[in-house]
Design a binder for this molecule. Sequence first.
Ligand code: RUQ
Ligand code: CUA
Ligand code: CA
Length: 640
Amino acid sequence: MKEMDTKTTTVDTTNSEESAGLRNPSRRKFLGTTAAVGAVSAAGAAGTGALVRSGEVQAADQSILEKIHVGPGDLDEYYGFWSGGHNGEVRVYGVPSMREIMRIPVFNVCSATGYGISNESKRILGESSKFLNGDAHHPHISYTDGKHDGRYLFINDKANTRVARVRLDIMKTDKVTTIPNAQAIHGLRLQKAPKTGYVYCNGEMIIPLPNDGTELEDPKKHFSVWSALDSETMEVAWQVLVDGNLDNMDSSYCGKYGASTCYNSEHGFTLEEKMRAERDHVVIFNIPRIEEAVENGEYMTFGDNGVPVVDGRKGSQLTRYIPVPRNPHGLNGSTDGKYFIANGKLSPTVTMIDISRLDDLFDDKIEPRDAVAGEPELGLGPLHTTFDGRGNAYTTLFIDSQVVKWNMEDAVRHFQGENVNYIRQKLNVHYQPGHLKATLAESSEADGKWLFSLNKFSKDRFLPVGPLHPENDQMIDISGEEMKLVHDTPTFAEPHDCVVVRRDQIQTKQIWERDDPYFAETVKMAEEDGVTLTRDNKVIRDGNKVRVYMTLIAPEFGMNHFRVKQGDEVTVVCTNLDMIQDLTHGFCVCDHGVSIEVSPQQTASVTFTADKAGVYWYYCNWFCHAMHMEMAGRMIVEPA
Ligand code: RUQ
Ligand code: CUA
Ligand code: CA
């Protein structure tokens, strides 16, 4: 097996021939050019791209430009949900225009909406609201029968070991769970059928369990766990202890299996140790067997979190370990429900695991490697794979800076010894792609229209902005025989992954409903204070705690001033009485770090200390009316 020089993964691999072509200042980027590549049917199955890297620049054809142009006032065909990487948020794009429509704060603090500042968001973040950072990687949308149902989006936080749920009807994060017995949640996927009951997620870093200081050095005593959360309560239902770590994962459309790559079967602590073995593995999880073991009480617990942990280490009847070439990364389930595809990273191959053979594997009728249906060689640094619903797969080649289109059935035939070429085309991307995703390619409805290559480096593709460069998400037309590069979108802080669904699959509310659970706790507090939020403007003192209830109607606050004493803990509860869509107000107090969004019919609250005597203006910070600037009032703080 050909192995790449691992050093090159961290070294810039400038495609000089492309750079030369791309530095032409008169080039009209958007309207213009495709680093097009000819068809590669002539390329050998093992070809790594030399044949097709012409670097030739062609004018994109007019019909594609018409397809991606969404005129003023027109709406996009798809919603795209992009992870915001270590900026910690989710971004909503319109596809194909690639216009950013909204940002949904998840693991970050948002100055505009007050997420991480308001009491409602702090309740959602719980204990973890003390963290100001997050690292969001994998956004996934809930399912009914293998199709997206638009209820929820779930996403992981690698940095602070969390999983969050976003309600798609209001596009707000409504639950955040910190995962115990794990460190760094990475791969995350959902149960696909009959309905998303479980949210599955991977613990990436190996740790001693319990991680309480009693064990610090022995690598054989470091493990990771695979977790299943209940998607409704967002509580951890159970975990599976495994050998090695877990990287990326997917679940089968039949609902029975989960599969996860492991790049550190060695239990290594250092880079060298993690690369020592020729092969690592994919762990297959048998979900019915795991549920049965939990049911029968065959589990352990660690520390005082009480989460049942079943033993899925090598030799367990709950898991199988399928050896795959060195340090695999992405794991993608094909949309026809047939294969789990593990992407080789340090190997130029991807490994196709035949899901229909997994029953036999668990019944010990076949050996682990007998479940492999194909292992096509695609090029250097395969990281992730996506699908067009027409039998083709598309894999990113990080080192080669290419997306390779290949045919799954031809790859299987080749594996069986037939002399067929499974590679269809290699397209240069700019540069070093990680994830890629085609429209609807995480569901049984993959439609093979657009593909996004999420490239880690952008180098010369955009106006320079200093040493920190944006990433480059490239849009590729895959509707025809040939992939065609049509658009570059700069993105901030490494959006690891995205999911693109039809617009009819998402239904949102235009204004809040008064009985929304998002602010139910705050409504309860008001009731206890005898306050009717939609009517009253009132200050309630309770020792040194002061609660200020205020209504907002454009362009006025219900109170043009309120009085507190220096040192008081002040809670301001704002209720927007406007009923018109788009009429959001804000509540911002000068010099107190206080800012919250109050959308139509929403109640939002914030608590802070009035620690300085004096006059402090509060104002509406969301432009709402011709008299928006005048929408302000005074907080009068009497000296202590
Ligand atoms: S990972 S570049 Cu965090 Cu999804 Cu693969
Ligand atoms: Cu209310 Cu601006
Ligand atoms: Ca390894």
